[in-house]
Design a protein. Structure first.
Length: 255
């Protein structure tokens, strides 16, 4: 794939969820194709510093870090504006915020379940809205949202995660349609099982992948101006079949 197509050519990149393994893999893939300046936004200052050092070692010309928690929604607009100001604007914004949480159906830890919904849907949604508004105000750009195949039809094995990603996915798709004429191109990414810290210890699902494999799909999607991509791409057809399963049969799926 060429690194000279206009979609992924923007120099200034903001990663919301600045320590995400998938998000950082996407930034490294972008850097591999052309020089980048990067703002990493996240909650753990020490982890952000390590991620910044890794990106600088990979060749990024400038990396800054900004600290905010997904639950600090009152500060999201301020921090997004600060990231844009530090870079002199943004060409590509990556949203990679989320936790896996308790698996299964009715949660035993209700407080933890509510926090997961607040992080994955309310917090991530808040950052998404602020980033979309900032891009529109500055003439447009690419906004990449890490969703999940779990958003397409939440299963009994991951009720909370699937529901939270379904809400974020719907918000991103709707904003993508609403802001297209304003020059904001929203790309929704639906990975399957990805081998990361978050999934360590879990049994891999079929068609599992790596952060780098997801990054390859994402950068190609940005280049093509796609609105939705699956990682790996073959998941699109698997999920099409899953989506058509009758409810009694679908209910029997335990993974």
């Amino acid at each position: 794939m060429s690194g000279h197509r206009p979609g992924a050519a923007g120099r200034r990149v903001v990663l919301l969820g600045g320590t995400s393994e998938i998000g950082l893999a996407i930034v490294r893939e972008l850097q591999h194709r052309a020089p980048r300046e990067v703002a990493l936004v996240g909650r753990d200052s020490a982890a952000l510093a390590r991620a910044a050092a890794e990106l600088e070692a990979a060749g990024c010309e400038r990396v800054i870090t900004l600290q905010v928690d997904a639950l600090e929604t009152a500060r999201h607009g301020e921090v997004v504006d600060e990231a844009f100001a530090a870079l002199g604007g943004a060409d590509i914004v990556l949203l990679a915020v989320g936790v896996l949480g308790e698996r299964g159906g009715l949660p035993a830890d209700v407080a933890g379940a509510v926090e997961l919904l607040q992080v994955n849907l309310v917090g991530a949604g808040s950052l998404l809205i602020h980033a979309a508004a900032a891009l529109r105000e500055r003439g447009g750009g690419a906004l990449v949202v890490l969703s999940s195949v779990a958003a397409e039809r939440p299963r009994r094995a991951n009720v909370l995660y699937g529901a939270s990603k379904a809400g974020l996915d719907a918000l991103a798709q709707g904003l993508g349609d609403a802001l297209r004429e304003d020059g904001v191109r929203v790309l929704v990414v639906r990975p399957g099982f990805v081998h990361t810290r978050m999934t360590r210890g879990l049994d891999p699902a079929p068609l599992s992948s790596t952060p780098q494999a997801v990054a390859d799909v994402v950068v190609d999607g940005i280049d093509r101006g796609a609105h939705t991509v699956w990682a790996p791409p073959s998941l699109r057809w698997l999920m099409l079949v899953v989506g058509m399963l009758p409810r009694p049969l679908f209910r029997r799926m335990r993974q």
